[in-house]
Structures are given as structure tokens and as C-alpha cells.
Design a protein around this ligand. Structure first.
Ligand SMILES: [Zn+2]
Length: 402
């Protein structure tokens, strides 16, 4: 088998969160060696560049393409989203992201198409659809009585609305039957839903306990869309692994996260994408836009306090709310909004994210025996500007894709 040597540049070390000069050798789909003075059958010159493990985005929606215009959404043919997903997955790969958690929208068919090589895309853990209470963040009913069809069930995609512990038990089991790798639940209201409030906690503890119990029985983790303080605390209490968005974090919620080892996936890009879409002329409901403005400032402040306290962070963008392929802008936002160093931001995008997803034995750092997912960045890690343009090559499973 051909041994490929990466030589001349820096390599990111997840443990120290720093880059240093080193050689890396891969063979087949595995990383063989890291060190100095290594040789191989062919060489990739990495002079002036930094080699990173394949990057993670822990919160994307491939079947959404950042078009938030209400009228456009209502008039879109149902199946166009699967074709758009092909371009969205390609854009994600091109930015160096080789693994994602799909936070809602992609079903087993999308994942299988990538695995079979019919289309190109990152490795993915799919949640299929977010579970939400009636009137919650996943309830697509509009004040007119119309309802977004994307929330209706179809083969492979169970209904997302659920009320009561018994319905919850069945629905989680249905999601597992349909191929979910992770269960997603909304434990609070959100921004992109017309009739709920991001400050309200959703689902009661009996419902969340059943949800986590059923997921655990199948060996799956749970991710919670959680913006409200009460929704965040309820999620932590019930043993949910990650808080997505985490907008209204108070000190008690932060210390609970530290105690339970809960991850924060901040998605600082998301409310900014909503405001940017409105500025560009997208017809977004007034209530939705007001909510986006309302959460933006408090969101950054919550994130800053969580980082200061030492909460575990994994990078996630909510791409799909905004266009795909801009994922790495989140690193700059994280560093600007908090005391995170660039090394911390890369750690959140690699080793920490892999640990959140439970794949740290295979991915997330450049170590012998791990899978050969690699991203080559022009220049230094400390520079978080124009990252998308600086990703010059990407390998997934030992194969160069970009
Ligand atoms: Zn999302």
C-alpha cells in the first residue's frame, strides 16, 4: 500500500492545542506515524502550511440552504432540498469539515448516499428530526393555520411533535428504528419559529427522563436545542450530553454543566445569519427578526462566561440557517467573544468535538492508528481570518477529496 508523507510544515497537536513542525505518514485510510525524519512513497509538501485532523461541525442542517424567506420556503418543491443538500455537503467538505452532527433534516437516505459514494460529504451522525412539544421550536404551524410541510412525517422521518412521556418513548424508538445516530430535542423555544419564546423551557422532566432513558438504552447521546435558562437546566438535569445555542446561561446553569460534564455547542453564527438574511431582503416574520436581535448580545455574553468557567465547548454553526461553507467563521466569532485562544478554537473544532460525538478513538487528532481525515491550512493556526479560502486540501479516509 502507498505510504503518503506530509513534510515541511506544522502539525496541530490537540493535546497541547498548539502546532509544531512534524512529519505525518498515512497508509490506506489510517494515520501510520507522526514524528521527524519520516519517509514515504509519495510526498505532500506542507511548507508554509498547517496540517490539522479533519474538522468537525457539531450542528448543521444539510437540507436547509440559508434561504429564510418565508414565501420562498412555502413555494419550494418538497424534494428540492435533497438536491440542494448535495451542494451543501460539498461546500462543507471544501472548508475542511469531514465530520458533522446533522441537527435535523437529513434522513438515512442522505447519510447512505454519502457512505455509498453516490455523492460526496462528511461523515455524519444524523438526528433526522428534532423532537418538540406542541407549540415548541419544531412546531411549523403558522398563525394563519398553514403549516410547513417539512414538519410532517414521511417514510424515514417520524413526526417531530410529541407530548407526554408515553408518546416520547414511542417516538424515540421510532427515530432509532429509522437510523438516528443521535437524538435531538428542543427543551426551549427558539428564534426561527413563529409562536414560541426562546426564554421558555419546553418539556417537563418526566418527558425528558423517558427520552434520555430510551436513547441511552440504544447507546445514543442526546443533543438539546436549549436557549432558555430553564430549558438548559432541565436538559442538564436529565443527562443530555450537549446544550446547543445555550443563549440564556446563568451562573447556576454554568456550574451544573461543569458538574455534569455537559458540552456547549454555541452556534454564534446562527442569530447573525438571521439578521444578515433580513438585511439582504429576505421576508422574515417580524416576531422572528425581533427574537434574533433580542438573543444576539446575551448569547455572546453567556458564551464568554461559560468559557471563562471552563465549560467544554464543541464547534457548531447551525449552517443551513445561513449558507453552508462559511462554517469556519465560527472560530473567529468564538475567539472574539471570549478568552478562547486560536488553539482553543481549533481544539473545539477537532478533539473536543470528536469526544462529544463519542468518536475520539477514531477521529479528532493526528495520532497513529486513527482514521486519515486531514485538513491542510495555508499559514498559521493563530490566524483565524479568511479560513475558508486558506483550506488548500482535504483528505477523508485517506483519500484526497479537495
Ligand atoms: Zn439548528
Amino acid at each position: 500500500m502507498t505510504r503518503t508523507l506530509f513534510h515541511g510544515g506544522d502539525v496541530f497537536d490537540a493535546a497541547s492545542r498548539q502546532a509544531a513542525k512534524a512529519d505525518v505518514v498515512i497508509e490506506g485510510n489510517k494515520i501510520l506515524e507522526i514524528g521527524t525524519g519520516l519517509d514515504g512513497d509519495e510526498m505532500v509538501d506542507t511548507t508554509g502550511k498547517t496540517l490539522l485532523p479533519g474538522l468537525f461541525d457539531c450542528h448543521v442542517h444539510f437540507t436547509s440552504s440559508g434561504d429564510l424567506d418565508l414565501v420562498n420556503q412555502v413555494l419550494r418543491p418538497f424534494s428540492i432540498k435533497y438536491f440542494e443538500a448535495v451542494a451543501n455537503m460539498e461546500a462543507t467538505l471544501r472548508t475542511g469539515i469531514t465530520s458533522v452532527r446533522e441537527a435535523g433534516g437529513s434522513d438515512l437516505g442522505v447519510k447512505t448516499a454519502v457512505e455509498r459514494g453516490l455523492v460526496r460529504g462528511p461523515r455524519m451522525q444524523i438526528s433526522i428530526i428534532m423532537l418538540s412539544q406542541t407549540g415548541g421550536h419544531g412546531d411549523g404551524h403558522l398563525p394563519s393555520g398553514a403549516c410547513f410541510a417539512s414538519y410532517d412525517p414521511y417514510p424515514g422521518n417520524p413526526r417531530g411533535l410529541v407530548d407526554g412521556p408515553e408518546e416520547m418513548r414511542r417516538r424515540v424508538r421510532e427515530l432509532i428504528r429509522e437510523g438516528a445516530d443521535v437524538i435531538k430535542v428542543a427543551t426551549s423555544g427558539g428564534v426561527l419559529s413563529p409562536r414560541d419564546d426562546p426564554r421558555h423551557g419546553h418539556f417537563r422532566h418526566d418527558e425528558l427522563d423517558v427520552l434520555v432513558g430510551e436513547a441511552e438504552a440504544a447507546g445514543l447521546f442526546v443533543m438539546a436545542h436549549a436557549q432558555a435558562t430553564e430549558g438548559i437546566k432541565a436538559a442538564i438535569r436529565s443527562g443530555i450530553r450537549s446544550i446547543e445555542h445555550g443563549i440564556y446561561l446563568d451562573d447556576e446553569a454554568i456550574s451544573m454543566m461543569l458538574e455534569e460534564g455537559t458540552w456547549l455547542v454555541p452556534t454564534l453564527s446562527a442569530p447573525r445569519a438571521v439578521v444578515a438574511a433580513a438585511d439582504a431582503g429576505a421576508r422574515i416574520g417580524e416576531t422572528i427578526l425581533a427574537k434574533a436581535h433580542q438573543v444576539m448580545e446575551v448569547h455572546s455574553d453567556s458564551f464568554r462566561r461559560a468559557v471563562e468557567a471552563g465549560v467544554k465547548v464543541a464547534m457548531g454553526t447551525d449552517s443551513g440557517v445561513g449558507p453552508h461553507g462559511h462554517n469556519l467563521e465560527e472560530l473567529g466569532l468564538m475567539a472574539e467573544s471570549s478568552s478562547m485562544s486560536p488553539g482553543d478554537a481549533w481544539f473545539a473544532t477537532t478533539a473536543s468535538a470528536a469526544a462529544l460525538c463519542g468518536v475520539e478513538d477514531q477521529l479528532g487528532s493526528i495520532e497513529p492508528g486513527k482514521l486519515a481525515d486531514l485538513t491542510l491550512l495555508d499559514g498559521e493556526l493563530a490566524d483565524l481570518t479568511k479560513l475558508a479560502e486558506r483550506v488548500s486540501a482535504v483528505w477523508k479516509d485517506g483519500r484526497r477529496l479537495v
